[in-house]
Design a protein. Structure first.
Length: 281
């Protein structure tokens, strides 16, 4: 399947917000049972998800469960009886062992791990490269990490992310690529700032992320556009791939008057994979 560009969070205890999310242009909707649902409402949220009617089209359905270490997990996993749910979002993952532990309970259901929300998590980003795990994506989070570290702010004096959070973001990207799964950029909190979101999403796409978390339907179109290759990008990628298919033993070729080598071929293939279905989850 094509990797989702936009991953839209929605509180699982709000029928109105769920309906709005499912009618949006998001590629994936994450029904949140964790941070956005108060403890008193978690049972209501689970009941809503169990009764939600699957749809033949629209975004894929994911559920963000509560952390493995808490007492909510068993009840959260009962919502997977709804056949419309495609995968699980695991918060506060600290290593690939957490993904394996969850998979022992859930089988081959795809898992999207949020991998930078605790202090310990920053030391485990290479551990997710586990071929036996049903890991599909990795994303990073700054809010929980800043709380875990006791930070008063995530930002430098100039308004940019402080080094620690830039480091977490980069480690997530590298860890996901090393594990062979989708790297997903974190949330942009100001959902009314479309220009700021666009700049951040386009920068993430340039760096190698292939999708981004969203917290409001208004962010979806901007994110989808940022992570969609342009017609020129696709044409160039197709030309490079075709050139190497015509000369499979070549190490370097001239394409459009420029010299391209195997790294350019890998980049071109990744561009095409973003718009063409691949096998598996």
């Amino acid at each position: 399947m094509i990797q989702p560009r936009s991953w839209l969070f929605v509180p699982a205890d709000s029928e109105r917000k769920i309906a709005k999310a499912l009618d949006s242009a998001a590629d994936a909707v994450i029904f949140d049972l964790e941070d956005s649902v108060a403890p008193a409402n978690k049972a209501i949220a689970r009941d809503l998800l169990r009764k939600l009617e699957p749809r033949a089209a629209g975004p894929t359905w994911w559920v963000r469960i509560n952390p493995l270490s808490g007492d909510q997990l068993k009840d959260d996993l009962e919502v997977l009886a709804n056949s419309g749910i495609h995968g699980i979002v695991l918060p506060k993952a600290e290593s690939g062992d957490d993904v394996i532990e969850l998979a022992h309970r859930t089988g081959n259901i795809p898992i999207h791990a949020i991998v930078t929300e605790t202090a310990a998590s920053l030391f485990g980003l290479m551990s997710y490269a586990r071929p036996e795990a049903p890991l599909a994506a990795m994303s990073w989070g700054a809010e929980d990490l800043s709380a875990a570290l006791g930070a008063s702010s995530k930002y430098d004096a100039d308004g940019g992310l402080s080094f620690t959070y830039r480091l977490a973001r980069s480690l997530c990207l590298a860890g996901a690529v090393a594990a062979g799964v989708q790297p997903v950029d974190g949330v942009f909190a100001d959902f009314k700032d479309a220009d700021g979101l666009r700049a951040e999403a386009e920068a993430a796409a340039r760096e190698g992320f292939t999708g981004k978390l969203a917290i409001h339907p208004a962010q979806v179109e901007v994110i989808n556009a940022a992570f969609s290759p342009s017609a020129d990008d696709l044409a160039q990628a197709e030309t490079i791939v075709a050139a190497f298919e015509a000369e499979p033993t070549a190490g370097v070729l001239s394409v459009g008057g420029k010299m391209v080598d195997r790294p350019h071929l890998i980049q071109a293939m990744r561009v095409l994979q973003r718009v063409r279905p691949t096998t598996g989850d």
